[in-house]
Design a protein around this ligand. Structure first.
Ligand code: ADP
Length: 313
């Protein structure tokens, strides 16, 4: 069974991620409000949805819960996926999530979920963030970090996670590092998917996404069985606004400027695991799993871990 879940609301209640009061109130303005929805479902009704806590943000009354959560793991996998847009991070995140029994935490999905809400349910900060996204530009660090902080239980209390699309700047990486150090948890590895530029552009322009379950297809490389219809849920497949040619150029420039420096950042921390992203999704997954399997057999922290990562690279 596919497990895309974040963490349960019960866990979030036990260890609420929100920081000081000023932060909590700011977050309410950043996140698309869940209040109008609650008005209809009633205070005590629990809605269980795929990755609901991550996509919607935690609810104070526990009414937002994930439909599935990873089991208990002695050593949960905590991975960051890096790579230019179109390199296949989202597809690999989906596949790895199932293999490793972890939560798929994509910041792009949070923005898209907010974008699908009615205009009146979007906060001013979220509306501004969505404008950045439509142009293919990076959303400002402060907005992204407030959104992630609000959902930090998905990172801290979840039985493992695959971070996809976050961090994307050095500032975001520093904030995440600080949070994890404070909570005394460490990353397993940072997987960096590598691919030549022309291949990236071809992949992006042919990508199609399911409007319902967000599964990813490609018109030639990973076509659905029925044209424009999702194999998994029957939803309609569409081309993301930021996969249009003019937005693709902007996104690749933003990647070079802001995200590529993260490679050196994580290399210096001894966490980088480069993977050649050529071939089919299954081939890339096999390459990734091969290196992760080698890692699993080694110590989970400290210098020995770094040596093992170096060897696995
Ligand atoms: P991709 O990796 O295919 O470009 P994502 O789904 O990760 O797409 O993100 C889509 C868009 O959402 C980005 O182009 C950007 O505008 C915004 N976004 C997502 N995550 C972040 C982030 N961590 N920092 C800034 N902007 C982000």
């Amino acid at each position: 069974m596919a497990i895309y879940a974040a963490t349960s609301a019960a866990t979030i209640r036990g260890r609420h991620p929100a920081g000081p009061v000023f932060f909590a109130s700011y977050v309410t303005t950043v996140t698309a409000s869940a209040a109008p929805l609650r008005k209809f479902i009633g205070m005590n009704t629990i809605t269980r949805k795929d990755r609901a806590v991550w996509l919607q943000g935690p609810s104070a009354d526990g009414s937002v819960q994930c439909s599935a959560v990873p089991g208990e793991h002695k050593h949960p996998w905590r991975l960051i996926l890096l790579g230019a847009p179109g390199v296949g991070k989202g597809t690999q995140a989906e596949l790895l999530t199932r293999r490793l029994d972890a939560c798929h935490l994509s910041t792009g999905d949070v923005f898209r979920a907010a974008g699908e809400r009615k205009d009146c349910d979007q906060s001013p900060a979220m509306k501004t963030a969505l404008e950045y996204m439509r142009r293919g530009e990076l959303v400002p660090d402060s907005t992204v970090w407030e959104m992630v902080r609000e959902r930090s239980a998905c990172i801290l209390d979840c039985g493992g996670f695959i971070l996809d699309g976050f961090p994307r700047t050095l500032g975001q990486a520093e904030s995440l590092k600080e949070l994890m150090e404070k909570e005394k948890i460490s990353l397993s590895a940072v997987v960096n998917y590598e691919l030549p530029l022309d291949e990236i552009v071809r992949r992006l322009s042919g990508r199609r996404t399911c409007e319902k379950c967000k599964s990813i297809f490609h018109v030639t490389e990973r076509p659905p069985k029925v044209e424009a219809v999702c194999d998994h849920c029957g939803g309609r497949l569409f081309q993301r606004e930021d996969d249009r040619p003019e937005a693709i150029t902007v996104r690749l420039e933003a990647y070079e400027r802001s995200t590529a420096p993260l490679i050196q950042f994580y290399k210096d921390l001894g966490l980088l695991m480069p993977i050649v992203a050529k071939g089919s999704p299954d081939e890339i997954l096999a390459r990734t799993m091969d290196k992760l399997d080698k890692l699993e057999a080694c110590p989970k922290d400290g210098d020995d871990r770094r040596t093992a990562l170096h060897r696995a690279s």
